[in-house]
Ligand binder design. Structure first.
Ligand code: PHE
Length: 338
């Protein structure tokens, strides 16, 4: 039996592949294996010998079975690992995957949001399908007002007798001035990047859908100086250099005084020459007292400024895009440039 034990250990030690291990299992531990026949022979031994040899055989059996099990699982996982390696395929190769990138308008929107939030503005949003009242009346633009002709409007429903029930696609982001003040009152400090719609004939510089950024700051003692400083700061950070601006009188019914803000724009023309000129950039002004009243804000206590500019147009300026239609053309060659 000593001999058997020694031999079993030796053979087991030499099992370096699964097949040998299985053969060992059969020869030594199997139904007709050596150890099994030893155990069978126990019957014919004297009670005294049984006591001596029986437990010894059992413990050899337990030990061999354990080692066998450990080796077997090690071989099996090794084999599985090998198979996984050889079976592995790169499923992504089936597609010609490419990294996406951020649309130039979205890119600029994020930069503008970063700049304004760092100055304590919140980013506000609201519906693009809006009541006539929020889009026009509350902004001091009554239905008879010629200013409505400035913004060709898509009407969704205009049959209701009162403007709170007529519905339009918002023509500007100024509707959020109203929504924001009606909800939160004053003081308020928001920017509103968003999509707006106008019934325009589409050409190189006009689209029926475009993006604007509205700004509104209402608090005690706010003046045009705050507006100027805010715009200059934004432009400086956006263009990474100081940008000269100028104010001209402009007319928007919801501001008084109303302004057009021009920027001194430097660019390289098609022939490679450095050029510069004044460029109309945004509408702005001090929030009209009627607008504050419409939003239950007391114009004797509060004053504020508002501005609005075309985000789409700014993206065109910032990235030198000369045809607005390219921006929403879904042309990959165009979009991957940014
Ligand atoms: N809402 C105006 C437009 O779309 C822009 C504007 C906003 C002007 C705020 C003044 C103040 O043209």
């Amino acid at each position: 039996m000593c001999h058997f034990e020694k031999k079993a250990r030796e053979v087991l030690g030499r099992c370096d592949v699964l097949e040998k291990l299985l053969a060992f299992e059969k020869d030594f531990l199997g139904k007709k294996g050596d150890l099994t026949s030893f155990l069978k022979e126990l019957k014919s031994l004297s009670a005294e010998d049984k006591k001596k040899i029986g437990p010894k055989l059992q413990s050899i059996r337990t030990e061999l079975t354990q080692v066998l099990y450990l080796k077997k699982t090690a071989f099996e996982s090794e084999a599985l690992e090998k198979q996984l390696q050889s079976d592995w395929i790169d499923v992504t190769k089936a597609y010609n995957l490419q990294n996406g990138n951020i649309h130039p308008v979205a890119l600029l929107q994020r930069r503008i949001e970063t700049i304004f939030t760092s100055m304590g503005f919140e980013v506000a949003d609201g519906p693009e399908v809006e009541t006539e009242w929020n889009n026009f009346d509350a902004l001091n633009i009554p239905s008879t007002h010629p200013a409505r002709d400035m913004q060709d409007t898509f009407w969704i429903g205009s049959d209701a007798s009162d403007s709170k029930h007529n519905v339009v696609l918002r023509t500007h982001t100024s509707n959020i001035q109203i929504r924001s003040m009606l909800r939160d009152g004053a003081p308020v400090r928001i920017i509103v990047p968003g999509r707006v719609y106008r019934n325009e004939a589409v050409d190189m510089t006009h689209d029926a859908t475009f993006y604007q950024v509205e700004g509104l700051l209402v608090d005690k003692g706010i003046s045009l100086a705050h507006l100027k400083g805010t715009i200059e700061t934004m432009l400086q950070r956006l263009f990474e250099k100081k940008i000269k601006i100028r104010f001209r009188p402009g007319y928007f019914p919801f501001v008084e005084p109303g302004l057009e803000v021009d920027i001194w724009f430097e660019f390289i023309d098609k022939s490679g020459r450095k050029r510069s000129r004044w460029l109309e950039f945004m509408g702005a002004g001090m929030v009209h007292p009627n607008v504050l009243k419409n939003c239950d804000v007391d114009p004797d206590v509060y004053s504020g400024f508002a501005f609005g500019f075309g985000l789409t147009r700014l993206a065109m300026l910032r990235y030198g895009i000369d045809d607005i239609r390219l921006l929403f053309s879904h042309k990959k060659e165009f979009l991957t440039q940014f």
